[in-house]
Design a protein around this ligand. Sequence first.
Ligand code: FES
Length: 73
Amino acid sequence: MYVCNCNGITETEVKEAVRSGARKWDDVHTYFDCAPCCGKCERDMADAIREADREPEPAAEPLFGAPGLAVAG
Ligand code: FES
């Protein structure tokens, strides 16, 4: 779902920006190299940032498989 219609920024993209350090609505726009236009998304963006802050970060995928699971042979 779009949070910012002017710039096509989705909830998923807000989460990505928050994981990269965005803390305010204009931080999110800056992260995507754009600027707020109409300002209608300020409240929804703030809500999406708060929600993203509450979610745990996704687990990193192991590069070479989980240690200790190698099959001896
Ligand atoms: S909807 Fe985000 S600036 Fe207009």
